[in-house]
Design a protein around this ligand. Sequence first.
Ligand SMILES: [Zn+2]
Length: 66
Amino acid sequence: MTGAHELEVTTQPGGLLFTCVVDGCGRRMAIDREGRYSVIDRGDATASHRGGVGGVELDLPQVRMT
Ligand SMILES: [Zn+2]
C-alpha cells in the first residue's frame, strides 16, 4: 500500500534524525553534519516519505565534552 508519510525531524549531536510518524512503518533516516544521508530503517519502502525540513527552523545543539 502506497501513501505519503510524514517524517518528524529531531536534532541529534551528530546531525538530524528523521523518523516516520506512521504507526507500523518505522522508517528512520539520518543526515550528519557533513550532509551525508543514510537510511537506518527502511520501514515501508512503498510509501513516499517527506521531511519537514523546509518548514522547520534548524537549531543544531551545541556539543560539549564533559
Ligand atoms: Zn513511513
